[in-house]
Design a protein around this ligand. Structure first.
Ligand code: SF4
Length: 373
């Protein structure tokens, strides 16, 4: 038996994988890895793959953090800088409600000119007008900025958001939880310790979150596996992560707005210069290893948005149990060349054609509707 097979046997027998185990799995046979990941993947119901009908709303593209990998953000004076009004946001939520949606994911750039009241008013207005909509919004990076600007401790900030109607937080901003990597690709973003602290405090305040990983750029495999271990440790403490969503870095399409233009600092752009997109093998391998390492996470979402629907479908055989959400538009990925409009029927068709049964869920993973063949 090879050492990789022994590691898979250990996990299938209920053992917890170490950093060394995770690293060795990167040289494992891909199909054996997928099979093992599938064997430990819990499904809400046998052969069911879930999805949520939701909508992303990017309320502003102005951001002063300026991450190297982000083609979405711009400076306050850029000609295409925007900030949505409360009315525009409510109109977008109404469109979602009209299509039977249940969740809204609002995120945007980090700008210190917006007050805490802007955010609380937005949440309150959505909650009052659409009380059934689950408001899954604002990343740890935005929450960190709001805590600093308002002077409120995170715990108090979260109480105010909960009172306004916020239900949970998305797990954006984690990228790779390693300072070496963050210094290269997002030096102005919160540290990995702070990201974990925001998540921990949200969990303690009763706000569930998701967790993410953006891989395939300047990180080492060891930094990837350590990222998973850090998430697993926090999940042991709080059990506050609902799901894990790994996706690979998408290089800008030629001619798109680069961070050179938006940040005006050419030197910082080079960290990602020449980075090629991850291969399908790397994506599937990373999904399967995530499933095997994260033994205390129930759900792993397929990253079809960045990987494409076809590879996203195959990820359902490598440890993913959920297709994430529908998408009406994605302002964050559009500048990279990815244009997405994936509706409920597209996801239903995709899951069915993989020989599985699609089910619409809510944010808390309660099944709302099963689409039998
Ligand atoms: S990833 Fe987020 S924090 Fe970084 S530049 Fe883009 S909008 Fe700003």
């Amino acid at each position: 038996m090879s050492i990789q097979e022994k590691i898979l046997e250990k996990r299938l027998g209920g053992g917890r994988l170490s950093l060394e185990d995770g690293l060795l799995l990167y040289s494992c046979d891909l199909l054996a890895l997928g099979q093992a990941a599938q064997a430990v993947t819990p499904h809400l119901l046998p052969e069911i793959v879930t999805f949520v009908v939701d909508r992303n709303i990017s309320y502003t593209n102005v951001c002063t953090i300026g991450c190297d990998f982000c083609a979405f953000h711009c400076q306050p004076k850029a000609k295409d800088a925007y900030l949505l009004t409360k009315e525009e946001i409510l109109d977008k939520v109404k469109e979602l409600v009209d299509l039977g949606g249940t969740q809204v994911l609002i995120q945007g750039g980090v700008r210190s000119d917006l007050t805490l009241d802007y955010y609380l008013d937005m949440v309150r207005a959505i909650h009052e007008k659409f009380p059934k909509i689950h408001i899954h919004s604002f990343s740890a990076v935005e929450m960190d900025m709001l805590a600093k600007k308002s002077g409120l401790p995170l715990s108090e900030l979260f109480q105010q958001f909960k009172k306004a109607g916020l239900n949970s937080l998305p797990g954006g901003g984690a990228e790779i939880l390693a300072e070496r990597v963050r210094k290269l690709i997002s030096p102005k973003k919160i540290s990995s310790d702070r990201w974990l602290e925001v998540m921990r405090t949200a969990h303690e305040a009763g706000l569930k979150t998701t967790a993410t990983m953006v891989f395939g750029h300047v990180e080492t495999l060891e930094e990837r596996v350590m990222h998973l271990i850090r998430l697993r440790e926090l999940q042991d403490e709080t059990n506050g992560f609902r799901a894990f969503i790994p996706w690979s870095f998408v290089p800008f399409k030629p001619g798109s707005r680069s961070s050179v233009e938006t940040r005006g600092n050419e030197a910082e752009y080079w960290a990602l210069q020449g980075v090629m997109p991850s291969s399908g093998d790397d994506y599937l391998r990373t999904v399967a290893i995530s499933r095997l390492m994260l033994d205390n996470f129930e759900h792993i979402q397929s990253g079809w948005l960045t990987e494409g629907l076809r590879l996203g479908q195959i990820a359902l055989a490598f440890g993913c149990d959920d297709m994430g959400g529908t998408l009406f538009e994605d302002k964050v990925l559009e500048p990279t060349g990815i244009e997405v409009h994936t509706r409920r029927d597209d996801l239903i068709r995709l899951i069915k054609s993989a020989g599985l049964t699609p089910a619409q869920r809510d944010t808390n993973y309660h099944v709302l509707n099963i689409f039998e063949s």
